[in-house]
Design a binder for this molecule. Structure first.
Ligand code: ZN
Ligand code: ZN
Ligand code: ZN
Length: 167
C-alpha cells in the first residue's frame, strides 16, 4: 500500500478539517459517546488516501489504543454505515472500502471518484456542471435514464503512478 505525499490532497483534506468536526457531531447526535476508540477511528479515516476496509479500520484503530480501550467490529460497521448515509465517507469499488469525503465544504454537486488501480489511491474531484451536462443529457434523452446520485467512479492510473512508469 503506497503512502504518498501529495500536496494537492493535503490541501483538500485541510479544507475539510470539517470532516472530523462533522463526524464528531454525527456521533454525538446519534447518542454515541465520544470514546477514544471512536476518535481513533475518525483519525484513521481522516488520514488515509487509500480506501480502507472495515477490517483494516478496526486494526488501525486498535493499534492506537491501550489494552483497556477497545472497539469491536460491530461498532466499526455501525459507524461506517452512519457516516456513509450522511456522505461523510464514500465507498470505493470494487471492494466497497471506505474513504473520507474531501468535498464536504464544497458546493458543487457532481464529483468523480478517481481510483488508481495501481496504488489504490482514491481522490474525489469535482467536475463543472457544463462538462457533465452533455453526458447527463445523453443518459436522459437517449437511454431514458434519470441520474440521481452525483458521485461516480473512474478507475485508471494516477499521475504519480504514470510518472513512476516512465522512469
Ligand atoms: Zn465526497
Ligand atoms: Zn497510483
Ligand atoms: Zn467538490
Amino acid at each position: 500500500m503506497a503512502v504518498i505525499d501529495d500536496p494537492e490532497w493535503e490541501k483538500e483534506m485541510g479544507k475539510s478539517e470539517s470532516f472530523k468536526d462533522l463526524c464528531v457531531k454525527t456521533l454525538k447526535e446519534s447518542g454515541a459517546r465520544l470514546t477514544k476508540p471512536r476518535m481513533a477511528l475518525i483519525e484513521c479515516l481522516a488520514h488515509s488516501k487509500v480506501p480502507l476496509s472495515p477490517k483494516v479500520i478496526l486494526q488501525k484503530t486498535a493499534e492506537q489504543l491501550d489494552e483497556q480501550e477497545s472497539i469491536d467490529a460491530v461498532t466499526v460497521y455501525r459507524i461506517l454505515d452512519r457516516f456513509s448515509e450522511l456522505g461523510l465517507v464514500h465507498q470505493v469499488a470494487p471492494n466497497g472500502d471506505y474513504i473520507a469525503c474531501t468535498h464536504l465544504a464544497c458546493e458543487a454537486s457532481t464529483h468523480i471518484m478517481t481510483h488508481c488501480t495501481s496504488c489504490d489511491a482514491a481522490r474525489e474531484i469535482h467536475v463543472p456542471e457544463e462538462v457533465l451536462a452533455p453526458m447527463l443529457w445523453y443518459l436522459k434523452s437517449q437511454n431514458q435514464f434519470e441520474p440521481k446520485k452525483h458521485l461516480f467512479q473512474l478507475d485508471g492510473i494516477c499521475a504519480r503512478c504514470q510518472a513512476k512508469a516512465k522512469t
